[in-house]
Design a protein around this ligand. Structure first.
Ligand code: MLT
Length: 200
C-alpha cells in the first residue's frame, strides 16, 4: 500500500492517518502535527480509485458502502499494519487511528472487526461502517468523534447510532459537535488535541 512513515519521539504513539475521499497520505499531516508533533506517523493512501479519487473501499453510491469490498479492504489494511510495525520497528499496540470521512469509516470498520486493533481513535465525521456485526470488546477504549449537526453526509442520527454501538462494546466515547457541515475545522482538531492530551 502506498504510504509514508515518520519516526517520532521514542515511546510516543504511532498515528495511523487515513484521509477522506479524493485525498492522499499527505492530507492529514498538519492535523497530526496539531494533535501531537512528537508522535510517529504511518499515513496510508486508499487503494481504491473512484474516478481518480483515492478511497479506502468501494461504495455503491454516496453513503451506501460495498460491504464485500469493505470487509476485504479492512482485512488488507489490518494485515498491512502488522507488516508496517515490523518494517519500521514500532510497537503495534501503541497505535492511534486518526481518520476523516472515508478514512474515519475504514478506521471504524477496523474497530468493528478486530479486537485491540488500536489503543485509541480520532474519528472526524464518521458513519456506521456496517450494521451486521457483533462488535469485539472495546472496554475503556478512548474514542473521539468529531461531528457536524448539519453534516449532509454523516447525519447526526447516524453519528449518534455509531456512538451507541461503540459504547455498547465498552468504548469510552467523547463527542464533539460543530455546525460546519462535513468540513474538518481547526476548532474540531483543537478539541481532539485537548481530548488526546487528557487521555495519553
Ligand atoms: C464514504 O463513502 O466513506 C462516506 O460517504 C464519506 C465520503 O464521502 O467519503
Amino acid at each position: 500500500m502506498k504510504h509514508l512513515f515518520r519516526q517520532g519521539k521514542s515511546g510516543k504513539p504511532v498515528f495511523l492517518l487515513l484521509h477522506g475521499t479524493g485525498g492522499t497520505e499527505e492530507d492529514l499531516l498538519p492535523i497530526a502535527e496539531m494533535i501531537d508533533r512528537e508522535a510517529s506517523i504511518l499515513s496510508v493512501r486508499g487503494q481504491i480509485s473512484e474516478q481518480g479519487m483515492p478511497r479506502f473501499f468501494k461504495r455503491l453510491r454516496e453513503g451506501v458502502f460495498d460491504e464485500e469490498d469493505l470487509v476485504y479492504r479492512t482485512k488488507e489494511l489490518f494485515e498491512f499494519l502488522g507488516w508496517a510495525a515490523k518494517e519500521y520497528d514500532f510497537d503495534r499496540n501503541n497505535m492511534i487511528a486518526v481518520g476523516y470521512s472515508n478514512g474515519a469509516n475504514i478506521a471504524g470498520s477496523l474497530l468493528f472487526h478486530y479486537e485491540d486493533v488500536f489503543k485509541g481513535a480520532v474519528l472526524f465525521h464518521p458513519m456506521v461502517p456496517m450494521r451486521s456485526l457483533t462488535l469485539p470488546n472495546m472496554t475503556q477504549l478512548p474514542i473521539f468523534i468529531g461531528a457536524g449537526t448539519n453534516d449532509p453526509i454523516c447525519k447526526p442520527e447516524e453519528t449518534n447510532e455509531l456512538k451507541v454501538l461503540l459504547e455498547e462494546a465498552g468504548a469510552d466515547v467523547y463527542m464533539h459537535w460543530e455546525s460546519y457541515g462535513h468540513r474538518l475545522t481547526e476548532s474540531e482538531v483543537s478539541e481532539a488535541k485537548k481530548w488526546y492530551t487528557s487521555k495519553y
